[in-house]
Structure formats: structure tokens, C-alpha cells
Design a protein around this ligand. Sequence first.
Ligand code: UT7
Length: 306
Amino acid sequence: MKNADFEGMVETSDEWIVQRTGIRQRHVAADDETTASLGEAAARAALGSAGMTPADIDLIILATSTPNNTFPATAVEIQNRLGMHHGFAFDMQAVCSGFVYAVATADLYIRGGLAKRVLVIGSETFSRILDWSDRSTCVLFGDGAGALVLEAEDGAGVITDRGVLAASLRSDGAHKDKLFVDGGPSTTGTVGHLRMEGREVFKHAVGMITDVIEATFGEAGITAQDLDWFVPHQANKRIIDASAKKLGIAEQKVVVTVDLHGNTSAASVPLALSVAVADGRIKKGDLVLLEAMGGGFTWGAVLLRW
Ligand code: UT7
């Protein structure tokens, strides 16, 4: 769906959307597509590029805020769609930070010996929770899914190891009213619609993002210059640019896909990763920084070697 497609629906323009956000288009799931079907497709693509089959996986973590049902977890539905009847699966709910939380969690399951190969998926159908008459939110979000596989491997405990090297996760529920969905099973008994005070979220975003990234750099003992790629949450090009500038990350190291997908919440980081891997930018051995911030607020960063 292109920006121009909104022009007859709400009072907006392609020019406003591009200038304020960098978004040019977003994808909207078809009637017969769901968070589970998009997640399954991403999972199959990730397994294909890892040279694995569902039989090789022992844990699925799905980051989503738009599950197919209140329960069971959509991760379990994806497990079944993949023909997997072994191992375990669960959903992780940290809104736009969901994928970053899920990668950090998968790494801990591997380090703790509870899993050897983890399929980490971010899948969302935000089109189903948008208020399509609210121009301040409906133009910003899109649907999509992305996935990766993490596999246990002995490392030397040094920065040249592959996999997750450092992570920093944060949340603060005092900011709930700035970005939330006004429904839920325990309150209204309805699904509800996304509500956001965009300017308020924007005001906090850059500071929060740069704080967790600096903590992650400190833990790993690196600086921005050591990074090969910065793969931020794709909410707004202005937030991405301001964060990279504050951290001293060179523009050519920043992966930007917000123009292609809009804000796909927990799917945004894996979608950006998949674009940069597919076009040959991210290669084996590269040092990659993931970052996200969203509803809750939740925010976090993960440093990994691809
Ligand atoms: O993923 C979770 C994290 N979410 C985010 O990171 C989103 C953070 N926030 C943002 O990205 C930005 O705040 C927005 C893109 C949502 C808005 O940009 P802004 O520069 O902060 O604009 P604003 O909210 O200050 O609004 C400026 C004007 C307002 O009109 P007035 O009050 O100045 O007359 C809005 O009503 O733009 C108006 N406006 C629009 N105009 C045309 C709001 N939405 C639209 C629209 N088209 N779609």
C-alpha cells in the first residue's frame, strides 16, 4: 500500500508521510493471511537459508503483539504448521522491541543448555489493530514477518566469536499511555485499536535507544567504529538518523528499510536484516547491532556476530 493510497481515506499526503517518517509504502496482509501464516513463511525461508528442516529446531520464540488468538501462543500454531511435534514454542510480547528481546532470550536458552537450535520469528498484522480513520497512526504501520535461526556453538568468550555477544534490555511501564492498544481480554473483552502520542514517543526514543546501545558497547568493550552494520527498529527515518548521529555510527553502516515496510513492530528488525543479508551487505563474520524501542515502553539492543 503506497502513501498515495491514503489520500482519499484520511487528510494526509505522500509528501507529509515521506518528510516526517521516511515511509513510502507498507504491506497489508490479505484476508486469508494471519500472523501465523506470515510467521510460517518467514520460518521456512530462514530454515532454507540455514540449510535446516523443522526437525533440527528445538525451540520457537515468536515475537508478536498481534497473535492469531488470545491463546494458545501463535508460536505453537506455527510449530504445528511446520509439522513440528517435538520441542517447545512460546510467544514473546514486547511490542516493537519483541524481536530484540526474543534474540536475547533465545541466546540465554542456548547458553543454559535448554535448546540447541532456536527459530526466532517476528511476525505482525498491525493492519488488524489500526484505527484506519486516525491519520496520526494508520499511515505508520505495516504487516510482515522475518526470522532467523540461532545454533549452539562453542566460543572462546571473545569478541570474534559468532552469535550474540552482548545485550541490554529495558522497560518502564510509566509510559504505557503514550503507546498502547485500547482493548484486551481482561479489560474490555475486545481486541482494541492502537493509540499513540507520536510526539511523546519521539521525544523519548533517541535517548532510550542510545542508552541501551552504549550499555551494550560497554559490555562488549567496543565502540561504534568497530561495528559493521547497525540494524535499528524501523519506525521513523528521523529517529534512525538522530540515533546513528548521536552514537557516531557512519551513515553507510545503517540499514534502512522503513521506506519499504513502514513500522512492522516486532517484524521490523528481522525484515531489515533479511534485506541486508539478501543484497549481500551483511556477511558471515560481520559485527551487527540490533536495536528497538516501542510500547511499554520497552527498549533494548543486541550485539551479534553474523
Ligand atoms: O515503533 C514504536 C515507536 N513509535 C515511534 O517511534 C513513533 C514515534 N513518533 C513519530 O515517528 C512521529 O512523532 C510521528 C511521525 C508520529 C509524527 O511526526 P511529528 O513530526 O512528531 O508530528 P506531530 O505529531 O508533531 O504532528 C505535526 C502535525 C500535527 O498537526 P498540527 O497539530 O501541527 O496542526 C498533526 O495533526 O502533523 C499532523 N499530522 C498529519 N498530517 C498529515 C499527523 N499525522 C498526519 C498525517 N498527515 N498522516
